[in-house]
Every structure is written in structure tokens, then in C-alpha cells.
Design a protein around this ligand. Structure first.
Ligand SMILES: Nc1ncnc2c1ncn2[C@@H]1O[C@H](COP(=O)(O)OP(=O)(O)OP(=O)(O)O)[C@@H](O)[C@H]1O
Length: 863
């Protein structure tokens, strides 16, 4: 017998390069150059390898690579698509889907039809298309018609089973699911409606038992033969949303999924039904509006195309995220897979990382104009090829119900047996109690009167016996004598016998009565016992069910919570990735990184500028888009700003090193003291711009002249210091002042803390194989951010070889009056070790320690 669960099965990936088409020529593709293979940016090396040849030559390996000469038949054979049909007939699910940018040949691969424009209708309806076979010989028919033919051919040959085939066909258009076989969802229906409104999409629900999403109220038709199924398919194709744009005359604007359900029923055991589904998916292609739109299109159509493109790109983005996360999961890294974030990924859940056999056909274009898009397709295709599925055979849910009922019947039988046994035991107990009950209650009740009747008969026989003796022929002669003797002997006893007999009779009646009532009581008790037991069992079952429901609810709640958390984690991961990408682009722009990133960046930039320019000319700058752009730019700017700030601070630090090295440095004196503000603390000074955020302030030692700080606790509060440069000297002198007052000064040891945080963060990243604790990571990261300047200060300190005393603390919470200015000195990151030698040092300062003396000296030398 075949196993129902197969080993892990990787998603198979085939790359298909389409040939040059007329469209490429109209798109001014440099054909001459590209016809020469060695000059192409992308070419096929062999039937498993694609070479990308930008700056660095790179080979990408796949299960199959199909060159532009390959026909539809070649594709079908090379990719062994007949095997997927076999799997479905065997009871496994299978999915074949085409992926790639717009115009790369997905629809051609899946359907192989040419679409004819319907010119008779105006407005949006002009996109309505009718598919027609490309050639008479049908050599160009795509995967779907071939699979349908093969499927019906295969099931014909099976004798032991009979099959029922159903089909349904849906499209996901602008993130709504429409039934292509439902006349109410037909394009005509809503395109011709007065307000041009789309009907409500169908709803999805998650079937937890089968771990897949199903569409509610989707039409499903039984098909007796291939022709019938193809008729339904063609009907659906007419309702598919198609548009014409610069890169494709007939471009799919929706993701279409044809589902063929196969029910296989064993002829000998019709209860044994296996249901499997084949999903054939033609995805809409990713596209850039700058490439697809042209001046010939009306404004209304351009807007519609744009809106469609946004939705298509959104859902494809989720698909790519799903692929990436599954790919990470294979490496033991990823955790949450965002299937639920789009309808497409929800419906493909069991195909990607689920229980289906899956074939992905990634279509690429030969034109180097689309090199970046091709690279992206290859990248996700290779990610997909690492994903494993676990195909399982699907038994019909009805079968499960039947087997469940059978089990229930069996368990009820067992209970009945147990009840019988219990009753038997009860009966034995009764007999032990001396009740003289026979095997069954009935018998026992009836046998009792018999037992009492016996002596009565005996009595009767004993009374009747002498008469029979008298009738004996042998003793005829003695009979009269005997009779008379007996009469004479027994005559006096007769009344006694009579009395006895009567007495016995009444006793018997009484006993019978007693027994009858006993029997009634017994049977009532038995019934009551049984009833009670049943009641008890029912109660138990009810309780178990109730508990089960509660647990189920808890489980669902937890699942939702976990889902939510995982979503957040994934969101953070994505954000993190995005930031990394941006940083690498920035790095590339500042000089060091790869050509590819630079190229991408500049192309994006060019595109944006061109787009804006065009719009400006046309006087149709879209406010929303502008806001979005501004937002994007703002985001980028803030990153850049931070980088610039860092660089500036570095420069300033160097400047102030010079100040620290000699307060009379020319740099310092040339500063506009009135304008510039300084952070000041214990020998480390740093200039900041007034606009710097709070974080930037929260570092180092700060002194404050503002009265509000007087109320603060210096131990815990970072103190913002904005002092005039002229006050720096006062601060320096202040150190001296404390030392003179007998305080031991300790070097700052914060760099150890910084190092420790850095090490912990690195360790966290290194140990990330089981997933990163992002909360901890964030905490560490944010404290490290605070340290960023601290870091530079640490180096600074190191260079000064601890000669600058940085930790001066007064008694906790107190403020000091130096030169008629109030100072509160506190730290946050640079929390110093405070050691006051003795309490009386306030009164009579002790001489400074050796260390502090030497430090003091160096300090005095310095300032
Ligand atoms: N292998 C091929 N041989 C010949 N013509 C092809 C091939 N692949 C694609 N084409 C042609 O290229 C054009 C675009 O193909 P198709 O419509 O299938 O692209 P698509 O990827 O489905 O685009 P969209 O995502 O916009 O729907 C069509 O005219 C099609 O006939």
C-alpha cells in the first residue's frame, strides 16, 4: 500500500525565457546587440543554468531552464507536467503557477491563447477580450488545456476506481475575489452597470482541519469530459480582466486560479473517497507604471491601469515575502509567514510550504531593458526552489465522518456490555445477601412461587396418594380394608391437614405478594441504577465537551495572539531589512558598494524625476502621490541627516580635543561663543546644534544653569546642559574645587558597559539561529545608539589616558554654588563611581588619594 504522507518535496522551479516579439521592437529594444549572446546581460548556458552578466558574471541553477526556442510541448515534457496530473489522480494536491514581470509570457505559458480586443464597446469595456486559439493546429496551447486533456485521458484507464471531476475558476482583482463562472460576477455585469461599481468579492474562510483557505460560495461544476471543463474555462476567460498597455497588448490585470477537483471513489468500497485538487495559477505580472503607461492612453485609463498596478504589485510583494520567509524557515531562521496578508497568498498557502506538489514557472524577458526585473524574478525563483512541501493524500471528509460514527457505535456497544456486566454483578450481590434469586430477575421472581408451590403439591399428593393405592387392581382386595383403616387412622388428622393446607395457602399468597413487590422494587431499582449511570455518563460527556469547547476557545485566542505577535515580529524584521537595504544603497552611493545597488538607486531616482517632470508638464501632479513621495524623501533624509550629524560630531569632537588640549586654541577663540552652545562636563566638551533631538542630549556629563534642574535627582536623571562657552572654565575649575574638598575622583568606566552591550548584541545576532529576541535586541540597540557619542567620548578618554577626571559628583541631589552659578552635575551613560572618603570630609577635607593626586596634577597641567 502506498504511503499517504510523502517525504518532503522541494518546489520545482523552471525558468522560461520568451523569444523576442513585435512588442520588443516597438519598445525600442536594442535588438542587434542583444541578438548576440555574448553581449547579452542574461543568457542561457545549458538546460539548468542561466547566466547573468552585468559587472560580475553569475550562474543561477534551477530544475529546468527553457530557452526561447522551446515550444509549449517541449515545456510540458521537460517539466514533466504529466507527473503532476498523476499525483492528482493518486489523491495528492498539485499546483502549477507562472510568475514573472508583465509581458514575460505567463499567460502564454498557462493558456496559450491570443486575445482579441472587443472594439464594439466603449470606455472600460474596450479591454474586454475574447481568447482564441493561436493556430489551427493548436500547437501553442498552454499548460491548462494540456493538463485537462491528460487528466481525462488518465482517469479513463483506471478500473478499480471511478472519478468525479469538478472545476471552479476565480480571479483576484484589486484584492477582491470574483467567481469567473458566476454570471453575477461577469465583467459585463458590472462594467455595464450604471454606476460602474464592482460587485462585492467572495469571502475567504480558513479550514483549520485541512489547514487551507476556502472561498465561500464559489461555483463548482461537475465535468463529465475534457470538453465540458474547457467550456467552463473558456467561459471564465471571457470574464477575466485584461488591459492593454505599453508592454503587453493583452495584459492580465488579475491573478487567475483554475481549480480542478478530482474525487476518486473505490468501486468495491464506495465509502472510500479521496479528494485532490489541482490549482493552475496565472499570476498578473509585476509592473512599473513608468514603463507601462504611454501618452496615447487617456487619463481615465492611465488612472485605472495605475490603480490596478498598485494592487498587483502589493499582492506580489506579499507573495515574495512569503517566499522569503519560507526560504528563511528552511534555514531554520524565519518564523511568521504572512500568508494572510493577501488573498493570493492565502489561497496558495497549501502550495507554498504546504501539502501540495508544486511547480513554479518563472518567465523572463530576453530584453536587457528588463534586466533588473529578470534578476528579481531569478532571485525569488531560486528562493522558491529551496522551499519544501509535504504532500499528503486527501481522504474525503465524509469518510472521516463515517469512520467517526463507526467508532462511536463501537464505543456504545462497549458501554452496553459494561452495563450488562454491572447488572450481573448486582445480581450476584443480591444472591449473596440470601435473596435466592435465580439467573435473571424475571426468572427469580417467577421461580419463587414455584418453590413455594412444591410443598403444596407434595401435600396434595400426600393427600391424594392413599386414594391411588385404593385403586390399585393388585391390592383391590385390600383396598377397602386399607381405605377404611386409613380413613379411620387419618380421619382425626384431616382437619389438621386442612388447616395446614389453608395456612400454607395464605402463606403462599403472602409470599407471592411479597415477591411480586420485591420483583417490582428490584426491577425499578435496576432501571433506576441504569438510568442513573446513563445520566452520569451523559453528564460526564457534557462536561468533557464543555471543557473541550473552552480549551478550543483558549487555543484559538492564543493562536490569534501568537499570530499577532508573529506579525509584529515579521513587521519588525521587514522594517529592519528595509533599513538595511536603504543603508546599503546609501553606502553604495557614498562610494564603496556594488554596481547593482547603485544602478538600482539611480534608475529609481531617474524614474521618479522623469515621472514628476512628466506630470508637471501635464499639470496633473497627484497630491496623494506627492505626499507619499515627500514622506519617502523625508524618511531617507532623516537617515542621511543622522549620518551627517555623526560625521559632524566627529569633526567637532576633534576640534574640542584641541580645546581641551589648550583652552586658548585658535579654533576655540574663533568660535562665535554667543551663538554656539556647548555640552560641558568634566573636561569633555562637545558642540551641538540647537535642533538636535533629545537623544543627542542624553549623553555625557552635563552641567546646567537652568533652575529647573535644581529639583532633579542627579543620580538618576540625565541632565541637559546648555552653557555658554565662557562657562567651560568654570566647570573645569569646579573639578578642581571638588578635589580640593577631598573627593576621590574616579575615571569613567562606561566604555566597559558599552562594550558589554555591544558584545551582548553581537551574541544575540550570532545566536539568532532559533530566532532573534527582538525586544532585547531593540533595547540593546537603543542603548547603543545612546552610546554612539559616548563611544567617541570613550575613545577620547582613552586617548587622554584617564588624565581628565570625568566623574565629579556632589552629594546626591545637592547643587553646588561655584562662582555664584548653580550647578547640578549628573550623568546617565557615564555614570561614575562615587566615592566620598568620609563624611567629615565636608568639614575637614582629607588629602586626596595618590591616584587622584596624580590625576589632579595632570588635570591641573591640562587646564
Ligand atoms: N514563448 C513564447 N513564444 C511566443 N510568444 C510568446 C511567448 N511568450 C510570450 N509570448 C508573447 O508575449 C506576449 C506577452 O505574453 P503574455 O501575455 O503571456 O505575458 P504575461 O506575462 O502574461 O503578461 P501580463 O502579466 O501582463 O499578463 C504575448 O503576445 C505572447 O503571445
Amino acid at each position: 500500500m502506498r504511503k499517504n504522507i510523502r517525504n518532503k518535496e522541494k518546489i520545482k522551479v523552471a525558468i522560461r525565457l520568451r523569444p523576442y516579439i513585435d512588442q520588443d521592437i516597438t519598445n525600442n529594444v536594442d535588438l542587434e546587440q542583444q541578438m548576440q549572446e555574448d553581449q547579452r546581460l542574461l543568457y542561457i548556458k545549458d538546460n539548468r543554468t542561466v547566466i547573468t552578466n552585468s559587472k560580475v558574471k553569475k550562474a543561477h541553477k534551477f530544475d529546468k531552464v527553457l530557452s526561447e526556442e522551446m515550444s509549449q510541448q517541449d515545456l510540458y515534457e521537460e517539466c514533466r507536467i504529466d507527473k503532476y496530473v498523476d499525483h492528482v489522480v493518486d489523491g495528492y494536491n498539485a499546483t502549477v503557477f507562472a510568475y514573472g514581470q508583465t509581458g514575460s509570457g505567463k499567460t502564454f505559458t498557462m493558456e496559450g491563447y491570443k486575445y482579441k480586443m472587443n472594439e464594439t464597446l466603449n470606455g472600460f469595456s474596450q479591454f474586454e477580450s475574447t481568447p482564441v486559439a493561436m493556430t489551427r493546429q493548436n500547437e501553442n496551447i498552454g499548460i491548462i488545456p494540456r493538463i485537462v486533456g491528460e487528466l481525462f485521458h488518465k482517469i479513463q484507464g483506471v478500473e478499480l476506481k471511478k472519478y468525479r471531476i469538478y472545476c471552479s475558476y476565480l480571479q483576484i482583482y484589486q484584492e477582491k475575489i470574483y467567481d469567473l463562472l458566476n454570471p453575477l460576477h461577469s465583467r459585463k455585469e458590472y462594467l455595464q452597470s450604471s454606476n460602474n461599481q464592482q460587485p462585492e468579492g467572495l469571502k475567504l474562510h480558513f479550514d483549520a482541519r485541512n489547514d487551507r483557505f476556502n472561498v465561500d460560495n464559489l461555483y463548482k461544476f461537475e465535468c463529465k469530459n475534457a470538453k465540458e471543463l474547457m467550456n467552463y474555462f473558456h467561459y471564465g476567460l471571457k470574464n477575466k480582466v485584461m488591459s492593454s498597455h505599453a508592454l503587453n497588448e493583452a495584459s492580465s490585470r488579475s491573478h487567475c486560479i483554475l481549480s480542478i477537483t478530482v474525487e476518486s471513489i473505490e468501486r468495491e468500497n464506495p465509502d472510500n473517497i479521496i479528494v485532490s485538487t489541482m490549482q493552475l495559477v496565472d499570476l498578473a505580472g509585476s509592473e512599473r507604471s513608468s514603463q507601462t503607461l504611454n501618452a496615447n492612453l487617456s487619463e481615465q485609463i492611465s488612472l485605472k491601469l495605475k490603480k490596478e498596478a498598485i494592487e498587483i504589485n502589493k499582492s506580489l510583494f506579499t507573495l515574495r515575502q512569503v517566499v522569503s520567509m519560507l526560504n528563511k524557515a528552511e534555514g531554520g531562521k524565519g518564523n511568521y509567514v504572512p500568508y494572510r496578508e493577501s488573498k493570493l497568498t492565502s489561497l496558495l498557502k497549501h502550495s507554498l510550504g504546504g501539502n501540495s506538489f508544486c511547480l513554479m514557472i518563472a518567465c523572463i524577458s530576453p530584453s536587457s531593458k528588463f534586466f533588473n526585473e529578470n534578476i528579481s524574478t531569478l532571485m525569488y525563483a531560486s528562493k522558491a526552489s529551496c522551499i519544501s512541501n509535504k504532500p499528503i493524500k486527501n481522504h474525503d471528509p465524509k469518510n472521516k465522518v463515517i469512520s467517526g460514527l463507526k467508532k462511536e457505535v463501537q464505543s456504545l456497544r462497549n458501554q452496553l456490555m459494561m452495563a450488562h456486566n454491572l447488572m450481573g454483578k448486582g445480581k450476584n450481590l443480591c444472591s449473596k445477601c440470601g435473596k435466592n434469586l435465580s439467573d435473571s430477575d424475571e426468572d427469580s421472581a417467577e421461580s419463587l412461587p414455584n418453590m413455594v408451590v412444591e410443598p403444596q403439591d407434595h401435600l396434595k399428593s400426600s393427600l391424594v396418594g392413599p386414594a391411588s393405592i385404593a385403586q390399585d387392581e393388585d391390592n383391590k382386595s385390600n383396598s377397602k380394608l386399607n381405605l377404611s383403616r386409613l380413613n379411620s387412622e387419618k380421619q382425626p388428622q384431616l382437619p389438621d391437614f386442612k388447616k395446614m393446607f389453608e395456612k400454607n395457602e395464605t402463606m403462599m399468597d403472602k409470599m407471592t405478594e411479597d415477591l411480586m413487590s420485591l420483583k417490582e422494587i428490584m426491577s425499578a431499582q435496576n432501571k433506576l441504577g441504569l438510568f442513573e449511570r446513563i445520566l452520569l455518563s451523559a453528564k460526564m460527556v457534557k462536561n468533557v465537551l464543555k471543557r473541550n469547547l473552552e480549551l478550543n476557545k483558549d487555543y484559538m485566542d492564543h493562536t490569534l495572539e501568537i499570530d499577532e505577535l508573529q506579525k509584529n515580529v515579521a513587521q519588525f524584521q521587514l522594517e529592519n531589512e528595509e533599513i538595511r537595504d536603504r543603508l546599503s544603497i546609501m553606502e553604495a552611493l557614498t562610494g564603496t558598494d556594488s554596481y547593482y545597488i547603485q544602478m538600482n538607486y539611480s534608475s529609481v531616482k531617474d524614474e521618479l524625476i522623469a515621472d514628476l517632470g512628466k506630470k508637471e508638464k501635464m499639470g496633473m501632479l497627484d497630491q496623494d502621490k506627492m505626499i507619499a513621495l515627500i514622506y519617502e524623501f523625508n524618511k531617507e533624509n532623516s537617515i542621511l541627516k543622522k549620518r551627517i550629524e555623526r560625521i559632524e560630531k566627529k569633526k567637532i569632537r576633534n576640534k574640542f580635543m584641541q580645546i581641551n588640549d589648550g583652552m586658548n586654541s585658535t579654533d576655540y577663540s574663533s568660535n562665535n561663543v554667543a551663538q554656539n552652545k556647548y555640552f560641558m562636563g568634566n573636561g569633555n566638551t562637545q558642540r551641538v546644534d540647537n535642533e538636535l533631538d533629545d537623544k543627542s542630549y542624553a549623553r555625557g556629563y552635563r552641567c546646567n544653569t537652568s533652575p529647573k534642574f535644581q529639583e532633579r535627582d542627579c543620580d538618576t536623571e540625565p541632565v541637559r546642559c546648555v552653557v555658554d562657552a565662557s562657562e567651560i572654565n568654570q566647570s573645569m575649575n569646579m573639578n578642581q574645587h571638588y578635589m580640593n574638598n577631598g573627593y576621590q575622583l574616579e575615571p569613567v568606566t562606561t566604555h566597559k558597559r558599552f562594550k558589554n552591550h555591544l558584545e551582548r548584541r553581537d551574541k544575540l545576532l550570532k545566536d539568532s539561529s532559533r530566532g532573534i529576541d527582538y525586544q532585547q535586541y531593540d533595547t540593546l540597540n537603543s542603548s547603543l545608539l545612546n552610546y554612539e557619542d559616548a563611544d567617541s567620548q570613550i575613545h577620547f578618554e582613552k586617548r587622554l589616558k584617564k588624565r581628565t577626571m570625568t566623574a565629579i559628583r556632589h552629594k546626591k541631589g545637592a547643587s553646588i554654588n561655584v562662582n555664584q552659578s548653580i550647578y547640578n552635575i549628573g550623568t546617565d551613560n557615564f555614570r561614575p563611581k562615587i566615592k566620598r572618603r568620609k563624611q567629615q570630609s565636608f568639614i575637614a577635607p582629607l588629602p586626596p588619594t595618590k591616584t587622584s593626586t596624580s590625576r589632579m596634577r595632570s588635570y591641573s597641567r591640562k587646564f
